[in-house]
Write a protein that binds this ligand. Structure first.
Ligand SMILES: [Zn+2]
Length: 201
């Protein structure tokens, strides 16, 4: 399985199709040296979408969707990525009741429901361009919420990093994509700030 955006940051993929949501988030420019934004231009974005949809189709055992995007779709995908990132940054997503203000729709997408011959019901994404991708993202988020793994998809707390990781810790308490990389940097920064504050007292 290849999830090209997440692999650049050596991140373990989230389970099943949720890795598609993670990969969209990880198209952002991060790391050291800085990796490029995979939604930075149309050619790069098309390559990324092609590879992701093919991995997603294999992962989900579905026909590979063909999605064409133009400059407008690319803008919308960047907005989707940003809003999704903000939503996942919400401090406590561990099952708390959403506040009233949070119930306004961030995104909506159209999909169809179908019952297959084996009696399983599946969601069929609809729309074209960015709308189709947004539909896949919402579909995978819904499935992850039903299987209780959605709140394990997180954004690294280091603001200079911000990659999306899947927290496999037992109590779901992780905040860094890597304690060694981002956790240590932040601890060192906090330590220096405290030392400076003491020195100026
Ligand atoms: Zn990080």
């Amino acid at each position: 399985m290849t999830w090209p955006a997440s692999e650049r940051y050596r991140l373990e993929a989230a389970p099943a199709g949720l890795a598609l949501v993670q990969d969209l988030l990880n198209t952002l420019a991060a790391g050291k040296p800085r990796e490029p934004d995979l939604l930075g231009d149309l050619t790069t974005a098309k390559n990324w979408i092609g590879e992701d949809l093919s991995t997603w189709a294999r992962e989900r055992d579905r026909p590979e969707p063909q999605v064409e995007i133009n400059e407008h779709d690319l803008d919308e995908l960047r907005v989707l990525r940003g809003e999704l990132q903000d939503a996942l940054r919400t401090p406590d997503r561990r099952g708390a009741e959403p506040a009233l203000a949070d119930l306004s729709a961030l995104y909506s997408a159209s999909a169809g429901l179908r019952m297959n011959r084996d009696s399983r019901v599946s969601i069929e994404p609809r729309g074209t361009g960015w709308r189709y991708i947004a539909c896949l993202v919402l579909m995978e988020a819904l499935e992850a919420q039903q299987t209780n793994v959605w709140n394990r998809l997180k954004i690294c707390r280091n603001p200079r990093c911000s990659v999306a990781f899947f927290d496999r810790s037992r109590n779901n308490s992780g905040v860094w994509h890597s304690t060694r990389v981002c956790g240590n940097i932040e601890n060192l920064r906090a330590h220096r700030a405290r030392a400076r504050a003491r020195a100026s007292d």
